[in-house]
Write a protein that binds this ligand. Structure first.
Ligand code: HSE
Length: 334
């Protein structure tokens, strides 16, 4: 069986989830993409992450050059989070003609145009399904079977942590701080949970969705956003009294004056499809001209669900590589 070598940048929640999925479903993945997917190197500087992984030390490096200069590594999975050095590493990997997969919405939303350009220039793939709504294949659907449609509105719950907090406050009367601590414990929250509770993470995701579906790009910092940190127990009670729930809603809407992107808490009524999207789950509705409304639902955060999406992109790239005719080695001179 042919094999394909992958490097994972970052062995945190998503890195470990990706490794687990690739290992546990190794045979099934091999059968589906025609390659044995082999994790050759992992970039991480955290000695605890390395020790607790139980993996051989030689698999780890703290020097990106060990990955960029290794011609046997064809796919780089960037799952380290943060804008830098992740963006620079992705650019360098693309320029070294390696395919890149990423779950890093912050880095992607900030630098998507530059990254897409580098992928195009170097004739390699850039895939980032895991960066938006965790395990839900919404980007693949936009690029794939919905590609014949014009998208007029994207509306959804795209941050698992804030949804988890709001659900715990609503359903179980939990205090905001306790619910956030639990979300962190479960590995849903970002390294700095400010990004989750202040709507920054949701803004990154709606930015990527609008770019892909509507061809409309705005820097995440230019998106109007309000988070959930100001929501009080009383606000939750008032919502319940009105037969509603408070949800953090991200939206991209095409109106008379063009496309508007926003993130803010909203009162969601019982008959709204997003009403029952609770805990770390995400839900997203796409309004289209031909397919009408399409709704996606699933786990928006968590180690293995996000690892599933990262692995899916790795498999898609392996299939593309497998479909390409093998490069002929130059005939040897006699
Ligand atoms: N912190 C993110 C969330 C992780 O809670 O949705 C998944 O992108």
């Amino acid at each position: 069986m042919k094999s394909i070598n992958v490097a994972i940048l970052g062995f945190g929640t998503v890195g470990r989830g990706t490794f687990k999925v690739l290992l546990e479903n190794e045979k099934l993945i091999e059968a589906r993409c025609g390659f044995k997917v082999n994790v050759k190197k992992i970039l991480d500087i955290n000695p605890y992450a390395i020790k607790s992984s139980g993996l051989p030390k030689r698999m780890f490096t703290s020097n990106i050059k060990d990955i960029l200069d290794d011609p046997s590594i064809q796919i780089v999975a960037e799952v380290m989070g943060g804008i830098e050095p992740a963006s620079t590493y992705m650019l360098k990997a693309l320029n070294a003609k390696k395919h890149v997969v990423s779950s890093n919405k912050a880095a992607l939303a900030e630098n998507i145009s530059q990254l897409k350009e580098a992928a195009k220039k170097n004739k390699v793939e850039l895939m980032y399904e895991a960066s938006v709504c965790g395990a839900i294949p919404v980007l693949s659907a936009i690029k794939g079977n919905l590609a014949a449609n014009k998208f007029t509105e994207i509306r959804g719950i795209v941050n698992g942590t804030s949804n988890y907090i709001l659900t715990q406050m609503t359903e179980n009367g939990m205090r905001y701080e306790a619910a956030l601590a639990l979300a962190q414990e479960h590995g849903f929250a970002e390294a700095d949970p400010t990004a989750d509770v202040e709507g920054i993470d949701a803004a990154n995701k709606i930015c990527l969705l609008a770019d892909l579906a509507m061809g409309y790009y705005r820097k995440p910092s230019a998106i109007k956003r309000v988070g959930i940190s100001g929501i009080t127990d009383q606000d939750i009670k008032d919502a319940v009294e009105k037969d509603c729930k408070i949800k953090l809603i991200a939206k991209a809407k095409l109106g008379k004056n063009g496309i508007v992107l926003s993130v803010k808490p909203e009162l969601i009524k019982k008959d709204d499809i997003l009403y029952n999207v609770d805990y770390e789950f995400n839900g997203i509705t796409l309004k289209t001209d031909c397919a009408d409304d399409v709704f996606f639902y699933g786990r928006g955060a968590g180690s293995v669900p996000t690892g599933s999406a990262v692995s899916g992109d790795i498999i898609s790239i392996a299939k593309i590589i497998n479909a390409k005719p093998a490069e002929k080695s130059p005939a040897k001179k006699k």
